[in-house]
Every structure is written in structure tokens, then in C-alpha cells.
Design a protein. Structure first.
Length: 126
């Protein structure tokens, strides 16, 4: 079975040699999404919660290309440059889900591309 490489103009273009997402079998692997507005290519202003929300909007735009929604996410990883943002990012992230949450990791990192403070990647099941 061949992999399918997903792309949408409704999420930021890749800033390196990677795909926005890859569908392999019954899984879709969405590359880390930064808080970048796809219309402008600029990092959104605002709080850590605003930035996390933009990351999730980008994730969902990519999943939409595969006909998937937040309900299909089985694993998420959140990267933060400051763990003090955990509470506000957690609250914003939770707002994208209904009753059940995917498995998740949240780690602090020393830096992220474009000097953003949050990045979110997911794996979704079909």
C-alpha cells in the first residue's frame, strides 16, 4: 500500500523538507503545526492560548484533507518552550475536543522553528 501525502492551502506550507501529513494505512501523521496564520504566513499574536488554538486550527485543516476531525486524533504531542504556559495551552487544547481526549505528551523544548513558543503534532486513525 502506497503512502498518501496530504497538503492543504488552509494550513501553513511546510518550512522544510517534510509533508504537512502522511496517510499510511489507517493512520494519518500530521507534522508539527506552529501558530502560523496560513493566509499571511505570519506567527499569530496573542497569548499562549491563542497560539495553541492556531496550532490546532492548522492541525484540523490538514486532517480535513483526509476527511477527519478532532474526534479521529488518537495521539498528540505538544512542544512548549516554557512549561509555565502549560495551563493556558492545556485549556485551549481541550476546547477542540468533545467527550474523549486522545493520548498526549507535553514536553518543554529549548527552541522551536520561527521562534514560536508552541507546536502541536498529531496522529489520527481512520
Amino acid at each position: 500500500m502506497a503512502n498518501q501525502y496530504l497538503h492543504t492551502a488552509n494550513a501553513p506550507a511546510a518550512v522544510g523538507p517534510y509533508s504537512q501529513a502522511v496517510k499510511s494505512g489507517n493512520l494519518v501523521f500530521v507534522s508539527g503545526q506552529m501558530p502560523v496564520d496560513p493566509a499571511t504566513g505570519e506567527v499569530v499574536a496573542g497569548s499562549a492560548a491563542d497560539k495553541a488554538a492556531q496550532c490546532m486550527k492548522n492541525v484540523l485543516a490538514i486532517l480535513g484533507e483526509a476527511g477527519l476531525t478532532a474526534d479521529d486524533i488518537v495521539k498528540a504531542t505538544i512542544f512548549l518552550t516554557d512549561m509555565n504556559d502549560f495551563g493556558t495551552v492545556n485549556e485551549a487544547y481541550a476546547g477542540f475536543f468533545k467527550e474523549h481526549y486522545p493520548a498526549r505528551s507535553c514536553v518543554e523544548v529549548s527552541g522551536l522553528p520561527k521562534n514560536v513558543t508552541v507546536e502541536i503534532e498529531v496522529i489520527a486513525g481512520i
